[in-house]
Design a protein around this ligand. Structure first.
Ligand code: BDR
Ligand code: CA
Length: 305
């Protein structure tokens, strides 16, 4: 499946990229970054670092440095000031292209007749700007699979998930686009709990596998401290999982809209399952044992045998 990954790395985005780059089903054509977990320069540096760590030759294009309408909002308490806590990635600045991100999207989307899936792991700012400024891009987009949103409990407010909270106006544009859209929100990703013991049991004997183990260890500890969970959830890797193993998810189709009000409802997602026109496939849960088995098994490819 030909795809582009739009992301804000961010610890779990980095894990999602490392996961995606080992899946033969995914033909990743490039990475576009967006301000989210931490500012644009940091997320772009982290995306370049992942490409360098894996020895790939993949272009990284910097996207939007702020949401469409509201002010910047980050999550450095969860991801650290750099996006990956105290960890260090190799530089890899040569992977960064200087193209405007809309042009980068258009170039990749129109490079072949085959349609491209957009996998979005951060705020949907870039994707919304693409759809608004170059609507002809839609004819080459297979669908949009994004991590974000929650119709149940949020993680920024009781009603809002982080990526949705940062840019609800962008969500509205994507929901109303008419494209096939799949939401992998907290309702499903909160079922992907990985414990400190499972992380401690991981083997590591290469720079990549050592980095993965160290990142998981730090992220898990930090998430447990900030939120009081018994382990860490794998939010962004879940969107990758939805593309490679959709059968482990529970889903339903519904009509979705999002609150853009500046009050306690901001970024709350409203689900109408009975509406005749359904615009989003929503994930409502998953099989965590299957998730962990596939996820860890895939990351083992970074080990030297
Ligand atoms: C989402 O918010 C970010 O902090 C994570 O990277 C993930 O994309 C989870 O709510
Ligand atoms: Ca993210």
């Amino acid at each position: 499946m030909r795809c582009l990954i739009d992301c804000d790395p961010g610890a779990d985005d980095v894990l999602a990229l490392l996961f995606a780059l080992q899946r033969v089903e995914l033909d990743v054509q490039g990475i576009v970054t967006v301000a989210g977990n931490v500012p644009l320069e940091e997320v772009t540096a982290n995306a370049c670092g992942v490409v360098e760590l894996t020895g790939r030759n993949l272009p990284v294009c910097a996207g939007s440095d702020r949401p469409l309408v509201k002010g910047r909002y980050h999550a450095s308490e969860v991801h650290g000031e750099s996006g990956i806590g105290p960890l260090k990635l190799p530089q890899g600045l040569e992977h960064r292209v200087n193209t405007n991100f809309i042009d980068f999207y258009m170039e990749k989307l129109f490079a072949t007749e085959e349609k491209t899936t957009i996998i979005a792991l951060g705020p949907l700012t870039n994707v919304a700007l693409l759809l608004r400024t170059r609507p002809e891009a839609m004819e080459r987009i297979e669908g949009i699979v994004f991590m974000g949103g929650a119709y149940g409990t949020g993680n920024v407010t009781p009603f809002a998930e982080f990526n949705a909270y940062v840019d609800p106006e962008a969500y509205k544009i994507v929901f109303d686009s008419g494209l096939p859209v799949t939401m992998v929100g907290l309702d499903a990703t909160h079922e992907t709990l990985i414990s400190p013991q499972e992380i401690a049991n991981l083997r590591a004997n290469t720079p990549e596998s050592t980095f993965i183990k160290d990142l998981l260890t730090w992220y898990c500890h930090n998430v447990m401290t900030v939120y009081g969970y018994a382990g860490s959830h794998m939010h962004d890797p879940s969107a990758i999982m939805m593309l490679v193993h959709p059968e482990i998810f529970r889903t339903f189709d519904a009509s979705l809209t999002i609150s853009t009000q500046e009050d306690y409802t901001r970024a709350h997602i409203l689900v109408d399952r009975s509406a005749p026109r359904k615009n989003v496939t929503v994930t409502s849960g998953l099989d965590n044992e299957a998730f962990k088995s596939i996820f860890f098994h895939t990351l083992e490819k970074y080990l030297s045998k």
